[in-house]
Write a protein that binds this ligand. Structure first.
Ligand SMILES: Cc1ncc(COP(=O)(O)O)c(C=O)c1O
Length: 460
């Protein structure tokens, strides 16, 4: 290893504070350090190649190493590196807002830029609270979200998050956040206590939990329902048929805003620009980030229905909320160039055409005794691991620790596949490659998973 490489590894050990990371795992080993990316692959500091099975972190839609995105950033930085959206506009933010508004379902025409997803969720909750105060329903402030769902780390977004282990050390969080069941169809019997529901019945049942929660809390106190088109944490729970339609009806009935948190699902992850186009619904607010620039520069957005902007149009009312870097000119320019790539290369069509093959590749692993369920949509899939396929028995905490942290994550990475082994719900492996991936990458994912999952089973 060269001296500069050694220096980087030492600096990472001595000074970096990694996110959501147990630093103790790297006491005896170096921190994996990625230096370069190209297409669907990344390379570590030793030159070893990995298939990026998670698009960074559900981000790098157009793939790594895109010169035109780097050039868009450089050009904008030369022209206007920075100006805030506080009482002023700049052309790239205006153009991007217009372009996003044109692509959303329904009349979601107002784009409030942030720097990331958690801030978008935070902004949505604050808007919901203020909106209802302005329209004479000041008690409406609570948010309903789903078990195990992850919505970010700012204290409001964390409060909406449904993962107790991520929240307990920061309690008390923002009050007024309520959980309902998610749409884990694999475990529908356990969750609902009702055996053998059809997907339609389960979708209706799960959506009704939201209605019951609104009634129990008092409709006059509930401002919003926040849900992902396909829930990430817990391992890619797609909505059962009719679920989003019923959520829409419930929100209309009780005058509650429907917030579609598409921080992962927007921008082609499901083969459509937004979740509403995939599952046929129109929310009141979309929160998004990640894939909007394919990660070449950070940005997020809260996109609101025109009607939510109405009370802010006149008088001395303003949304007293903002971020210095929200809608950063460089990020906005990169986002526009990224959306150009989406159009020119038909990334949405590419995902839609290849989804069946990706699904088939993962379904083919179902003969392995450890694979309990394969679920997802588009380029967003989870494989739930079980101890006993016939009973769906899951691993206990100690086994899960040994399996996921002790073996799987590292074994997959060592085998050349960067993806996620996650136990925020039942243990799952998650796959979400760049949207440019195709048959070659799927075959590689399939063969690495088969090998590593077979070895994992033998170790149990
Ligand atoms: C659905 C969802 N919402 C919000 C967030 C938070 O986004 P960020 O990490 O950009 O703050 C995430 C991050 O993964 C997410 O998946």
């Amino acid at each position: 290893m060269t001296q500069p490489e050694n220096d980087v590894l030492k600096a990472a050990q001595d000074n970096l504070w990694l996110h959501f990371t147990r630093h103790s795992s790297y006491q005896q080993s170096e921190i994996p350090t990625i230096v370069r990316g190209e297409g669907s692959y990344v390379y570590d500091i030793h030159g070893k190649r990995y298939l990026d099975g998670l698009a960074g972190l559900f981000v790098v839609q157009a793939g790594h190493g895109r010169q035109e995105l780097a050039e868009a950033a450089a050009k904008q930085a030369q022209e206007l590196a920075f100006f805030p959206l506080w009482s002023y506009a700049h052309p790239k933010a205006a153009e991007l807002a217009q372009r996003l508004a044109a692509q959303t379902p329904g009349e979601l025409n107002r784009v409030f830029f942030t720097t990331g997803g958690g801030e978008a969720v935070e902004s949505a909750w604050k808007l919901a609270k203020q909106y209802y105060k302005l329209v004479g329903k000041p008690l409406k402030h609570k948010v309903i979200s789903r078990q195990i769902a992850y919505h970010g780390t700012p204290q409001g977004a964390l409060s909406i998050t449904g993962i107790p282990a991520f929240k307990e050390m920061f309690e008390p969080l923002v009050p007024g956040s309520i959980r309902v069941p998610n749409t884990n169809h694999y475990r529908a019997d356990e969750i609902s206590g009702i055996k053998g529901m059809t997907p339609e019945e389960y979708g209706f049942w799960a959506a009704e939990r939201v209605a019951r929660a609104i009634e129990m809390e008092g409709p006059d106190t509930v401002a919003a329902v926040v849900a992902e088109p396909v829930q990430n944490a817990g391992g890619c729970f797609p909505p059962p048929p009719g679920y989003w339609q019923r959520l829409r009806e419930i929100c209309d009935e009780y005058d509650v805003l429907l917030v579609s948190d598409e921080v992962i699902c927007a921008f082609g992850r499901l083969g459509t620009m937004f979740g509403g186009q995939r599952f046929d619904y129109v929310p009141d607010i979309i929160t998004c980030a990640k894939g909007l620039t394919s990660g070449y520069s950070p940005i997020g957005a809260m996109i609101a229905h025109e009607r939510l902007f109405e009370p802010f149009k006149s008088g001395d009312t303003m949304f007293a909320h903002g971020y210095t870097f929200g809608g950063h000119p460089v990020s906005a320019a990169v986002a526009l160039a990224n959306l150009d790539i989406f159009e020119r290369e038909d990334l949405l069509g590419h995902v839609t055409r290849h989804e069946p093959l990706f699904k088939q590749t993962l379904d083919d692993l179902s003969d392995l005794p450890i694979v309990g369920d394969v679920r997802g949509a588009g380029y967003f899939w989870g494989i739930e691991l079980v101890k006993d396929k016939s009973t769906k028995e899951t691993f206990n905490a100690e086994e899960s620790e040994r399996l996921l942290r002790g073996f799987l994550s590292k074994a997959l990475f060592d085998a050349g596949l960067y993806c996620r082994a996650d136990d925020r719900g039942d243990p799952v492996i998650q796959l979400a490659p760049p949207l440019i991936a195709g048959p070659t990458e799927f075959a590689e994912i399939g063969s690495i998973l088969r090998d590593v999952l077979t070895r994992a089973w033998e170790r149990l």
